[in-house]
Design a protein. Structure first.
Length: 257
């Protein structure tokens, strides 16, 4: 069973109306109790679990802001395997008594916000937790923004989405007209309606929206360590075109229940 506690406290320097929640996953009961006391003393809510499977069965990865303080060595799934299961839906702080450089680098590359060696100083862990929760707030806010942007895309007609797909790739009106088999005057009218429905005043703003949709489509997380880089703009724009054309929701990993 999980060990749950919470307070009405909030993070310093992290503005949120939702109480911050820290998940502790460690198979050592004494460590769980110590970490729970420490986290609670900082004003955060706490849920503690003795295994990765117990965490997956009972925790809610949709809660925000939240993070996971995770032991590397667990009796069922390892901490690194649990990290892969979560797929960056929650910021993770790893704790280990016998980490190595390769393990640390791998965890960080996979999206962990920190990798600390036991015994860890209280101040170091609390600092890492605060940073992870701040990251959680950023991601939550960005995902809300993406939902708003996709709702605007949903207002577009099929033809307007086709026009948007092409103009964010830099096509001129005459080129769009040629590709869609219509006239430039019609394209200009569609373009004006796209700008109005997307609530933007410039092509640059529209391109930024397409880029944000592309990142969410590729990674499910606008702050992902796997987000597309500017060195691959074509791939990002192609992903945006697919998302705009399909007019579907951002693909979500299965919720942890």
């Amino acid at each position: 069973m999980s060990e749950t506690s919470g307070t009405n406290g909030t993070m310093s320097e992290v503005a949120t109306q939702v109480p911050a929640l820290v998940y502790v996953v460690d198979d050592d009961p004494s460590v769980r109790r110590a970490l729970t006391r420490l986290v609670r003393s900082a004003g955060y809510g706490v849920e503690a679990y003795g295994s990765a499977r117990e965490f997956l069965d009972h925790a809610c990865a949709a809660h925000a802001p939240a993070c996971v303080v995770l032991d590397v060595q667990l009796p069922d799934l390892s901490g690194l395997e649990l990290q892969r299961e979560l797929d960056e839906r929650l910021p993770i702080i790893f704790l280990t008594g016998h980490g190595d450089i390769a393990m640390t680098v791998g965890a960080i590359k996979a999206g962990a916000t920190d990798f600390l060696t036991k015994p860890v100083r209280d101040d170091d862990l609390l600092r890492a937790i605060e940073q992870a929760l701040a990251h959680s707030v950023q991601v939550s806010n960005a995902m809300h923004e993406l939902e708003v942007l996709l709702s605007r895309v949903g207002r577009l007609t099929v033809r307007e989405r086709e026009v948007m797909n092409l103009i964010v790739l830099g096509r001129l009106n005459k080129q769009v007209a040629c590709e869609l088999g219509t006239v430039e005057k019609t394209v200009k009218a569609h373009r004006a309606r796209v700008m109005q429905k997307m609530e933007v005043n410039s092509l640059a703003e529209l391109v930024r929206i397409a880029d944000k949709i592309a990142v969410a489509t590729v990674t499910r997380n606008p702050f992902s360590s796997q987000a597309p880089h500017t060195s691959a703009p074509h791939a990002a724009h192609e992903a945006a075109r697919e998302r705009i054309r399909d007019q579907g929701p951002i693909p979500q990993a299965p919720a942890v229940s």
